[in-house]
Design a protein around this ligand. Structure first.
Ligand SMILES: Nc1ncnc2c1ncn2[C@@H]1O[C@H](COP(=O)(O)OP(=O)(O)OP(=O)(O)O)[C@@H](O)[C@H]1O
Ligand SMILES: [Mg+2]
Length: 357
């Protein structure tokens, strides 16, 4: 059912997304590292789960928020190892070990003992498992930006272990996704000299909001499934407000279906979307107040480089071209803005509306 509010787990339950699905699948098969990026509620977790479900190799799904919560705000190596053992011994969510008794197997002398293993031991074990079964093992981290709470060095030890796996454990691959795209890039640091993962090859799959046409088709299909006859005008109005973000479309559709009131369903969805955006804007402002100044400039229609710079200098003092360029690049990378024909614009119209208020 399209309006099921939880992440989907099967590609058959998802609307569209064949292209992204195939790209992630080939990332898992051909690349040591795959990144799935996209703005909040766009469908990253659903795509990751659905792809793992179809993946022919061995896929392990880890939610870094779960690790973070288990470790009460930090992720120790034993929290990570326990979670991996739990998933492997519990045969994953995806039944990848059909018929293999993991407790018994010893791979190159490494056993999945209940105690005393390090993260690297588990990676080596999984690499051995891959070798033995002739299948690639994919470790997929959802909400991976939380991995920066691993250990005491902002996750550097974990990145070093992953860099080691990249270089020496050919049967392993990693997938990372998360809603805070910028933090994810910062954390992995593939373009940072000082990061253990600097310069590694990776595949990046971007999940974008649906086009207007697809969004309307999505709602029509969803309402059809639940047997609700909804006028075209309401569908168009909902897409005007919510844009093509599947999570909001689902929430609106679900509310409408349950409560039977169009305005109420739309308004409560908009309110939730805005609250979430405000929180993200606050987080962004904490990272650099200039980020929000830039977004404000764009929301006011100041879209060229020089207009943005003038606004920033008026509000926050002098800024060098290099610094401005850096800030704009990272806003682009984080999925807040895009550049078209030399002008910058905010991608998500809901963000733009919130900034104007
Ligand atoms: N292609 C799709 N077809 C049907 N439902 C979808 C699709 N994509 C996303 N959804 C629905 O939208 C909601 C958000 O999806 P999901 O949790 O996968 O997004 P996300 O990008 O991981 O969100 P977050 O940024 O909050 O982690 C869920 O209810 C999910 O079922
Ligand atoms: Mg998610």
């Amino acid at each position: 059912m399209l309006f099921d509010p939880r992440p989907k787990e099967r590609i058959g339950d998802m609307f569209d997304r064949r292209r992204e699905f195939k790209a992630i699948l080939s990332g898992m098969e051909d690349y040591p590292i795959t990144l799935i990026i996209g703005i909040r509620r766009v469908g990253k977790s659903s795509l990751l789960k659905a792809t793992l479900n179809e993946y022919e190799g061995i896929g392990l799904y880890l939610d870094a928020r779960r690790l973070y919560a288990t470790g009460s705000g930090s992720i120790s190596s034993s929290v990570m190892v326990d979670e991996l053992q739990r998933i492997i011994l519990g045969n994953g969510r995806f039944g990848f070990l059909r018929g293999i008794s993991v407790e018994r197997i010893s791979l190159g002398g490494i056993q999945l003992r209940p105690r005393g293993m390090t993260f690297i031991d588990v990676l080596e074990f999984l690499n051995g498992l891959g070798e033995k079964t002739g299948k690639r093992v994919v470790l997929a981290f959802d909400e991976a930006q939380y991995l920066r709470f691993y250990g005491s060095k902002g996750g550097k030890d974990l990145l070093a272990a992953i860099a080691y796996a990249y270089d020496s454990l050919p049967n392993l691959a990693f997938v990372f996704t998360g809603s805070e795209v910028g933090l994810l890039h910062d954390f992995l640091g593939i373009t940072e000299y000082s990061s253990p993962l600097y310069g590694r090859v990776y595949e990046e799959v971007e999940v974008k909001p649906f086009s207007r046409e697809l969004s309307e088709a999505f709602l029509r299909r969803g309402f059809e499934e639940v047997g609700l006859d909804v006028p075209g005008g309401e569908i168009r109005k909902a897409v005007d407000e919510l844009d093509g973000i599947p999570g909001w479309l689902v929430e609106f559709g679900f509310n409408y279906w349950k409560k039977g009131n169009f305005e109420e369903a739309l308004q409560s969805t908009i309110a939730k979307a805005r609250a979430m955006i405000r929180e993200e804007l606050r987080e962004l402002e904490r990272r650099s107040p200039r980020y929000s100044l830039i977004l404000r400039a764009l929301a006011m229609g100041l879209s060229s480089w020089s207009m943005i710079r003038d606004y920033l200098e008026a509000k926050g003092g002098p800024i060098t071209n290099a610094r401005l360029s850096q800030l704009l690049k990272s806003l682009e990378k984080m999925g807040w803005i895009k550049k078209e024909n030399g002008a910058y614009e905010i991608i998500d119209p809901v963000v733009e509306r919130v900034l104007r208020e």
